[in-house]
Design a protein around this ligand. Structure first.
Ligand code: ZN
Ligand code: ZN
Length: 236
């Protein structure tokens, strides 16, 4: 072993002792690097055979589920690899409410290969209204987009989409009221510099926010719209 290699090994050992890297899920010490231990990595639940449009498990043999064939969403492709449950749910809550940015980095490491098969010109994080941004201190969608962008070498555009107002509480509203509430919340830059983008968020639940944003981007002239999220809420 060369002298340089021995030096690197010793400095790695010293770093492990002084600043041990722990699995972000179970907390055991990791031999090197950061993120998740092998056991926790294997435990993440991925959506099985996801529909390319809604991200939910597709029971048919095609790439698009029967529901999306009947009524397509406004975007062209969705990727939301993890099921929003168990440790994925806990991790995303730690990112969102405790600003544990290392969670976004570790999940981006885990999922980058799923997203690398897609091709878009820019990542557009779902914006947060400034009043909420002041309250929370950061936008978790920005952090996810930044971490994915670093690994995939795609620029992040935080100016293409604007949050004009904070969304009113959605509970208790009819579907039409919810849609109008959301529609008034977003606007797009007049002349987007990109023809294809991916809107980035942490979780897809009903998809109504993405419908409104996609419509906005489409009207502004974006041809190809993808929705990228770390996790998908499954229907009951
Ligand atoms: Zn672990
Ligand atoms: Zn579908």
């Amino acid at each position: 072993m060369s002298g340089r290699r021995i030096f690197i090994n010793i400095s790695d050992k010293i770093r492990e002792i002084l600043d041990p890297q722990l699995c972000l899920d179970c907390g055991i010490t990791l031999p090197s690097g950061s993120g998740f231990c092998r056991s926790c990595q294997a435990d993440f639940q991925h959506v099985s055979n996801p529909c390319h449009l809604c991200g939910l498990s597709n029971v048919s043999s095609g790439t698009i589920c029967p529901a999306c064939l009947h009524r397509s969403p406004r975007w062209d492709h969705m990727l939301a690899p993890l099921v929003y449950a168990g440790s994925t749910r806990q991790l995303l809550q730690r990112l969102k409410y405790q600003q544990q940015n290392e969670v976004a980095a570790a999940l981006a490491d885990l999922l980058a290969s799923s997203f690398s098969q897609r091709s878009v010109q820019a990542l557009v994080p779902v914006p947060m209204h400034y009043s909420r941004l002041i309250e929370r201190g950061f936008n978790h969608a920005d952090e996810i987009a930044i971490q994915l962008a670093r690994r995939l070498r795609i620029p992040v555009d935080r100016h293409l989409l604007l949050r004009r107002r904070a969304t009113l509480p959605q509970s208790g509203l009819t579907p039409t009221q919810r849609y109008r509430n959301l529609q008034a919340a977003f606007s797009c830059a007049a002349q987007p510099a990109y023809r294809s983008v991916a809107i980035v968020d942490d979780i897809i639940t009903s998809g109504s926010t993405m419908q409104v944003i996609s419509q906005c981007l489409r009207r502004a002239g974006v041809d190809h719209i993808e929705v990228w999220s770390l996790a998908r809420t499954l229907r009951d």
